[in-house]
Design a protein around this ligand. Sequence first.
Ligand code: PLP
Length: 434
Amino acid sequence: MDRMRYLKDPRFAGIEPFENKLWLSSPTVHGEEQYWVDEAIQTNWISTVGANINAVEKLTAELIGCKYAVALSSGTAALHLAIKLCGEMLYGRPAAGHGTLEGQRVFCSDMTFSASVNPVAYEGGEAIFIDAEYDTWNMDPKALERAFELYPDVRMVVIAHLYGTPAKMDELVAICKKHDALIVEDAAESILATFKGKQTGCFGDVSAISWNGNKLITGSSGGMLLTNNEAWAAQARKWSTQSREDAAWYQHDELGYNYRMSNIIAGIVRGQLPHAWEHLEQKKHNYELYKKGLSDLPVKMNPYDEMNTEPNFWLSCMIIDNEAMCRQVRSEKEALFNTEPGKSCPTEILEALAAFNAEGRPIWKPMHLQPIYRFHSFVTKTSDSKVRINPSSGSVHTDVGADIFKRGLCLPSDNKLTEKQIDVIVDIIHRCFM
Ligand SMILES: *Cc1c(COP(=O)(O)O)cnc(C)c1O
């Protein structure tokens, strides 16, 4: 990207680059983290056992409202063990060297980060991607219904809440019940978000959250598996610590993993937890400022069900009206566009923001468009066969995910943004449409 092209463009005259880079979403440390980490260091409890781990498991379960939380090294590890638990429940324990999902299909949110769905492949299963809807940008219940018609044998569904906005859980849970399917809920981006008063992370048979550095709060890294099933929590804990049997020597009846959280990471999480709601309020404020500031442009914010849900507003996103999109083409790794008066596109806006030292990001590219998953099925609400829809083939089918990816973008959403900085970002976006 040619930064000078924007700095010299008369449309942006008078705007100064931000002195310090504005981030999409960066960690905010408050001080208590230091206390708990110091305590761990001073007492030598710096490994995968300790008071911080016990405390964060208890505090997180209480905060989110589930019975058990298992502290792990990442959200991805939590998703892996969640998917493995459901896989064993459904299909039994495989021999060493085989995945729990071999020969099995799993329905997965299409609009999500790859870590939601990769664990299906770790376990040898085949992810089938379910299209999104426009009301929340999450899994479309109609497409899920269609998928069960096309693949009646499927018994597991991985549902993510994109950008902190709860999916249509009433409908999705009812469909899964009807078809006797287990739910793995990916609440990595949505902690504290609620659907009809109940928090995300409580809807899955097993759920996962993440303490990655860009999430609402962070442990620097780390994640947790959540469940109301005591035996499942114990099983996940055992797997995460190399599956040692209760014996004097290293005895193993099943495969193990080194997925346990360290007491240092847990100390950081412990210091962050009291600030989770405060971060949410700051993120919500960002969203409201953007919504107001962009209201006169042909764009909309990432939508949510205002009657029934309260997102955590992790990322503020916008989507450009079809008529206001300038020409934009994307190859696998590059993008080009033609600027036009009154119109813009995500590429132009992201480049302009970057030129002035602010970090936005394209919408997460849907899984069915990822080269790694190109041979996997993708089911939309209008799918009439199992044939994978190739978006470049001029298919008549809807492809909501591809459309949101084309027209949408994530705005700088750091909880430390000031109103003045958001005003400037809003100004830059307005000038992109000039
Ligand atoms: C961040 C994220 C994950 C992975 O969490 P890590 O802690 O980074 O492993 C999984 N799913 C979604 C939707 C995420 O945003």
